[in-house]
Design a protein. Sequence first.
Length: 589
Amino acid sequence: MINALYSTSRCLTVKFGMFFFVCLLSASLRISSPAQAQQPIPIEFTNSTAAAGIKFIHFKGNNGISINREEFGPGVCVADFDGDGWPDIYFVNGRDLYNRSISVRNALYRNNGDGTFTDVTEKAGVHGTGYGLGCVWGDYDNDGFPDLFVTQYGRNVLYHNNGDGTFTDVTDKAGVAGTESGAFHSGATFFDYDRDGRLDLYVGSYVELGDKRYCDLAGVQSSCPPSAYRGSPDALYHNNGDGTFTNVTAKAKIYQPEGKNLSVGVADYDNDGWPDLFVANDGLRAYLYHNRHDGTFEEIAAPTGMAFNEQGGVMAAMCISLGDFNNDGWLDLYISDFQRSSDHLWQNDGKGFFDDVSNQSGIMRATHDVLSFGGGFFDYDNDGWLDIFIANGHVYPEVERTAQGIHYKQLNSLFHNEHNGKFVDMSTSAGSGFQTPYVGRGVAFLDFDNDGFVDVVVANNGDAPLLLHNSGGNGNHFLNFKLVGTTSNRDAMGARIRIVAGGVSQIREIEGGGSYLSQSDLRANFGLGKTARAETVEVKWPSGLQQTFRNVEADKFYLIEEGTDRLNLQRFGTPARGNPSGLPAISER
């Protein structure tokens, strides 16, 4: 038989400023003897954007030479907003801020359950109210329908989900607009930092952009690097349980007025049961706010080893992703960086420290020649080991006139986990979805056709998005879980799932935000390889409750309700209003 084996042939290296890279691979064929094991069917990703009916085009809004605001978006976020079991997609758009009478809006696409989507923005009323950058979903009032928060240049916007396909702008009532004008809001996340059963909200901010100005890029006018601007303050909002939030940034000891936040991630990295906050800064050290269990945090990035890169320098940090890539029960960390600076992979040693394994894992070389933005950990081939997807694209459109071999539009990257601490670049063998360069920004993971294999949606700057359909078909099994909190927050953010299948232990934590200005489907998908069932499935809820299920059959979509000792199946269809996923309504707390 003939099997395709893929190996890295060479890497072409280029850089400008303090950002990313592109790695080129070649494929070789060889004849295998009958004695050799059959190679698995390769996974391929197909660009399904047009076939899915998605017609959204991002408008960057520049008037001549673009500035940072017009280059750093957009994000994309995924949630089942109508409770029918099919993940929907929200795309963030820019705006015309130069009085040219150009009208554009954000877009909400409802999943029709047949591989296609319908633009329902007009009915839903979620156009956005300003120049959009990122977005996150979170059921802040525990009514069973996820609400939508959009970060913008200027005032942010919070849309309450009415449960009937429409949303209401409740920004002013909730008190989460942020700075009235000029604030360059960036990554955000919902999370229950005090474990009171209600989702709180962290909102990052980038720089004080001020008046429009340009800088010299090797003799060519271009936008300015982050070092040309002052940073701007972040915000932590505590959920009061009555539809309002209180700004507790200073009280919680995470006020950083000079921060240059891009992405934010939340996860319990030290396994103490409390969510910790990771913040990526552009040109400054990264932050790690350790949760002190009393409503306050302690910033400890430097002593944990992830504040700087391996050489002790600052990062142009865009993507934050947390996942257990070596299946040892501790969440590891991925941060993307600028072209020729390489991305960074840290392994959690389980003792409060992150070891930089970027070089030995193969990530350093493979990401040297691209400028990386959103993405992170996901198991694309369902073999039980987390792989990595990263969207790439430069931030200076003029770079091709100043640096030979550097491109503004770049190919995306896919890295396969070899189960031994190493990753292999599979981008050139991953199908047609990896053959066209884009200016990639936000990334979200979702299984939009509910076939058990995780797909990818990429938000591209100044272009159409990229919906990458995962072909699956390699015979590997999966388990998918949707968690519903009762005492804990309804979205179960902060819950930890651990499965053991075929002797391999895996964990997933339900978390909002992450990637770059984006959010993935909150359902947890596990690959099982050739194992047809899990010996155990354990869930640890933010409330402290623990549940265990045994002998769980694979290839099903399960729903677990906190405190209910049975596995239900997720329901796909159109539930009655106020009854998402067929579960009893849970009153606001």
